[in-house]
Design a protein around this ligand. Structure first.
Ligand SMILES: *Cc1c(COP(=O)(O)O)cnc(C)c1O
Length: 362
């Protein structure tokens, strides 16, 4: 049966390593996207066992799951600047820290909190380049005036979210400087900013000088970063060979007949395809000429290096041949000792995995 296996041990090691690297700075574990595919609760429980007490979500549902399952004292930060009245009320019921990224939302939350005879804890969001949610650096004056005006908001933090931390150090430094300008201006006006935070995983791992008072980590927990780290990927899919056959010389496999047997070839049919997330990635938008160029270059590199997809059978990396189907792929198992029913291991990101149960193993 096809399953997605998450190694608790690897996940725990990643968390420990990140905690060590963060030192005294608290990690706000991001469990959005249903815990990056692992499930909010199973991920949060392991994080909690490793001493994590701060969480970030993007859905009411995720906060609800945490509060319903004994995460009563933990801090939960909503990363979206929610503007729906009912959603705000329910988030306040759950004692979730809200994000304020514009004046209207600030006033709305202030008004709702007043109606409830409540005080809403919020973090301010500064937009330093991402262009979604947040006050611009140019709006610093109106940010400062907020501190004096909103009586039912407890502003306990301020943050920004970098858009290019994984690939553009110069831009990230600029954005960090812009963020600091806003923070300094608020302090100069006599207000306390509370928790200052800006790092996602990529920024955290590369720029220790930007750790500030907290770091928001998601993908690093899963050990999947677009650059080399000491972290390890936490999950993989396991399935079984459905069929073993010998395709005669000249025979093809898969849609579009992309592969033709040069000689009689022993082939294993594996019941996992792109539907399950195999070889699916977050493709960059090819909106700009340089993105097209970059994509073409990487395709060219692949062509030269022939870095084909592989799967692991009997401890060996075996090349996938032909086009990967929706639900199947074919694998060249020439010279590999294997039979129908034997286990197959495939690398799939938990973010993309679909159509199989996720199980945690020691
Ligand atoms: C998703 C997200 C993060 C975590 O990003 P990773 O790169 O996965 O660590 C941090 N902050 C915000 C605002 C996010 O939306």
């Amino acid at each position: 049966m096809t399953t997605y296996v998450v190694s608790r041990e690897i996940l725990e090691n990643n968390i420990r390593q990140l905690k060590k690297q963060a030192g005294a700075v608290p990690i706000w574990a991001v469990v959005k996207g249903d815990g990056y595919g692992l499930g909010v609760l199973p991920l949060a429980e392991i994080l909690s066992e490793e001493g994590i007490t701060h969480f970030c979500v993007t859905e009411l549902r995720e906060a609800q799951i945490l509060r319903d399952n004994n995460f009563t004292e933990e801090k939960i930060l909503m990363l979206r600047a929610v503007s729906d009245r009912e959603e705000i009320n329910r988030l306040l019921d759950l004692k979730v820290i809200l994000t304020v990224g514009n004046e209207e939302t600030a006033r709305l939350i202030d008004q709702i909190a007043a109606e409830r005879a409540d005080v809403a804890e919020v973090h301010l969001k500064i937009d330093t380049g991402m262009g979604r949610y947040g006050f611009l650096e140019e709006e610093t004056e109106s940010v400062i005036s907020l501190y004096g005006e909103v009586k039912h908001l407890a502003i306990s933090g301020i943050y920004t979210h970098f858009n290019c931390a994984f690939n553009n150090e110069a831009l990230t430094r600029q954005e960090f400087a812009a963020f600091n300008n806003v923070v300094e201006a608020i302090r100069a006006a006599g207000y306390e900013t509370g928790t200052v935070h800006c790092c996602n995983s990529a920024a955290f791992l590369q720029y220790p000088q930007m750790h500030c008072d907290g770091v928001r980590l998601g993908s690093a927990l899963l050990g999947r970063m677009p650059f080399r780290t000491k972290l390890h990927p936490v999950g993989y899919a396991v399935t079984n060979i459905d069929e073993i056959r010998t395709l005669p010389k000249g025979h093809t496999t898969g849609y579009s007949a992309l592969w033709t047997a040069k000689k009689d070839t022993r082939v294993a049919i594996v019941p996992v395809g792109w539907y399950h997330g195999f070889r699916v990635s977050c493709q960059p938008e090819l909106g700009r000429k340089r993105d097209c160029l970059r994509a073409s270059l990487s395709a060219l590199k692949q062509l030269v290096r022939r870095k084909n997809a592989t799967v692991e059978i009997a401890g060996k990396q075996c090349p996938v041949i032909g086009a990967i189907g929706m639900l199947h792929c074919a694998v060249d198992v020439s010279g590999v000792e294997c039979k129908r029913g034997d286990p197959v291991k495939l690398q799939i990101s938990p973010l993309h995995v679909k159509g199989m149960p996720v199980v945690f193993r020691a």
